[in-house]
Write a new protein. Structure first.
Length: 492
């Protein structure tokens, strides 16, 4: 039986300078590690056929499915603030697009599928560790209700890739609303190809923001729509303690999804200066810097779109600045509303942000675990005696004690019952996140022993992060001192 992908390839129908046509490089003996069966069904694919030797060959790039039009997309990007005029998909190949069961167009891309014209002397391959990390974290983000690319499958190739040492090779099948980035616009803008920028903008509007198509001024509206989505996305990251790690413009999705899970991680104890990425030596992409960097990246997008706004450059720049000016309000509204929800506040008051910040300051001073503090606070909402479970997380609990008195006074002014408040807080404060030490243990078991049982178990836990799951209670625990992972690495 043949695995059928009902491809509709609109990006591959754009002009030839938008991409390079290139087929995946066949691998020796692909073996399916994991198939995301619910996602396959959502995409209109047959999971039983994908979960077969023929399916593994397609998901590894060894066999090309009918209807595929494989391309490597061209883009540029600012990497840690330094502009690179040509990057592109150096180890990823877009097989095509499908319409899912909700009518949404989705890209299906192979990551680690061999060299492309954009590989810049790289081998175009991926090691097993980064593939497992992206699968775990992207699916965890989905379960946390944060816009994200998805993982359809992970395949081990039967070949080694050379990094510092020989490692098992793997391919990730990534699904996205699209793989168009700020850097895609930059690729054409730096070449002064305004017509290509316009063509790309029109494509993005049709695909992601169709309600803008009939506006008199669609391009400023496009900048505004992308700005609003990015502001809300980054706010959601902060609310779960997520650090992307490499917020380059080529890793900033126009659709508003989290994309490119390289040196990403979730905080354990709360510290706004937290950095995990081994290459972010100056903390450019630290946890608390992410809103500022998102605006910086959006400003680079604005620079690309300004020629489409008006022939009067001064007028066009002023309009772009006005649109970008909404980022702060968009971010603050989403972040403050999220903090109120995390604290179980049903109404909005002027001093709520100060109350939230006081808790964060106490958490930073007391080295309290970010996720567990809010989760245990959810339980304490229904019983003040449970405050003790929260204060145990603080090196200096006096700061929490002071704060808790203010919080109890604030929630007492609302009409909701303790049970209602607890339920609402538990729905936004996860018990489980993909903690870095757990991910590293999964990778170690897979790479060293070809053992995927820890991988499967971690995925099971993270699929329902807001449930208690007593059988897996240990997964909620922060790392012990000897388990801490302080650095993460790019997947290249």
């Amino acid at each position: 039986m043949t695995v059928h992908f009902p491809f509709q390839n609109t990006y591959a129908a754009l002009p030839a300078n938008f991409f390079a046509r290139v087929a995946p490089t066949p691998v020796a003996s692909p073996r399916l590690i994991k198939l995301n069966r619910p996602l396959a069904v959502q995409l209109g694919l047959d999971p039983d056929l994908l979960d077969s030797p023929e399916g593994a060959e397609i998901l590894a790039g060894k066999t090309l499915p009918a209807g595929a039009d494989p391309i490597a997309m061209a883009y540029a990007g600012h990497q840690f603030g330094q502009f690179v005029p040509q990057l592109g998909d150096g180890r990823a190949i877009l097989l095509g697009e499908v319409i899912d069961k909700d009518g949404v167009r989705r890209d299906i891309q192979l990551k680690g599928s061999g060299p492309t014209p954009f590989s810049r002397r790289g081998d175009g391959r991926a090691a097993l560790g980064p593939v497992l990390r992206e699968y775990i974290v992207s699916e965890a983000m989905q379960a946390l209700n944060i816009p994200t690319t998805r993982s359809l499958a992970a395949v081990i190739t039967g070949e080694s890739v050379m990094r510092e040492t020989a490692l098992p090779g793997a391919v990730l099948t990534r699904v996205a609303s699209s793989h168009i980035r700020v850097g895609t616009f930059q690729y054409f803008a730096v070449r002064r190809d305004t017509e290509a920028v316009r063509r790309l903008a029109d494509h993005v509007i049709i695909r992601h923001y169709p309600d803008l198509a009939d506006l008199a001024r669609p391009y400023p509206a496009l900048l505004g729509a992308v700005t609003a989505r990015q502001a809300e996305l980054v706010a959601r990251w902060l609310l779960v303690g997520f650090i992307h790690g490499v917020m380059n413009t080529d890793n900033t999705s126009i659709s508003g999804e989290t994309i490119d899970y390289g040196p990403c991680a979730f905080m354990d104890h709360y510290d706004p200066a937290t950095v995990f990425s081994s290459i972010d030596e100056l903390g450019r992409y630290a946890y608390a810097n992410q809103p500022r960097i998102a605006l910086w990246n959006l400003t680079r997008l604005a620079e690309c779109l300004v020629p489409l706004f008006s022939d009067d450059q001064e007028k066009a720049v002023a309009e772009a600045q006005e649109v970008l000016g909404a980022f702060g309000d968009n971010f603050n509204d989403a972040y403050k509303a999220g903090l109120r929800s995390k604290l179980g506040l049903f109404t909005e008051r002027e001093d709520d942000q100060a109350l939230a910040q006081a808790l964060l300051d106490a958490m930073a001073k007391g080295k309290a675990d970010f996720t567990l503090t809010f989760r245990r606070l959810s339980e304490a909402a229904s019983d003040a005696a449970l405050d003790e479970q929260v204060r145990q997380l603080f090196d200096e609990p006096s700061g929490f004690d002071e704060w808790a008195a203010q919080w109890r006074q604030r929630i007492a002014s609302e009409t909701q019952s303790p049970a209602e408040r607890r339920a609402a807080m538990r729905a936004v404060n996860p018990a489980f996140i993909p903690r870095n030490h757990r991910i590293e243990a999964v990778i170690q078991a897979a790479v060293a022993h070809d053992d995927y049982a820890p991988f499967e178990e971690l995925l099971t836990v993270l699929a329902t992060p807001f449930d208690d799951q007593p059988a897996f209670a240990a997964y909620a625990d922060p790392p012990k001192p000897h388990e801490r992972v302080c650095q993460t690495f790019c997947g290249t």
